[in-house]
Every structure is written in C-alpha cells, then in structure tokens.
Design a protein. Structure first.
Length: 94
C-alpha cells in the first residue's frame, strides 16, 4: 500500500520501525519519525495496516500513540486484519 501511495505522489510519514520498508521505496517524499503520535501531529490521514489487535491498541493508545498527539486531529483509517471491536474501541475513545 505504501509503495502504491508513494508512486501516486503521496508524501509518507512513517515510524522508524517501518523505515526500512519505506527505504525500499525511496527516500524522496518520506519523513521518518520516532513515534505514532508524531505521525498524527504531521499527517492529515493516518492509515493503519497492522498485523494484530494488540499492535493496533499499542500504536493508538500508548502514551506516544496516535491518540496521544496533543492538538492533532487526523483522520485515522484502520485497515488492519482485526475484529470490528478494535475499530469500535478507537471511535469510542475519541
């Protein structure tokens, strides 16, 4: 997905743990940050495509997670392969 968005001209903001994957695309139009909250502070749209429910919870709810970004209000698109309870929980936490 990231490669397709990048080819279409999108600028990507990725967390360092995903930076090696992003480096395979190109360093151009890719900003690497340290935490999910930094992604939320920079991006208008945060797309989550994570491997499991626990990772979604961590990325969203940890102290440096997407939902902790002070003053940020990005649209979060949760596209992970998880049950609907995870997405419902994200909506309720807003």
């Amino acid at each position: 997905m990231a490669a397709n968005l990048h080819r279409a001209g999108a600028t990507l903001v990725v967390v360092r743990r995903a930076a090696s994957s992003a480096a395979e695309i190109s360093a151009e139009r890719i900003k690497v940050v340290e935490t999910p909250s930094q992604v939320a502070e920079i991006a208008d749209l945060v797309i989550l495509m994570l491997p499991d429910a626990e990772t979604v919870r961590t990325v969203c709810h940890d102290p440096d997670g997407v939902l902790a970004a002070a003053g940020a209000n990005p649209t979060v698109m949760e596209m992970s392969t998880t049950d609907t309870e995870i997405t419902t929980g994200l909506v309720r936490s807003q």
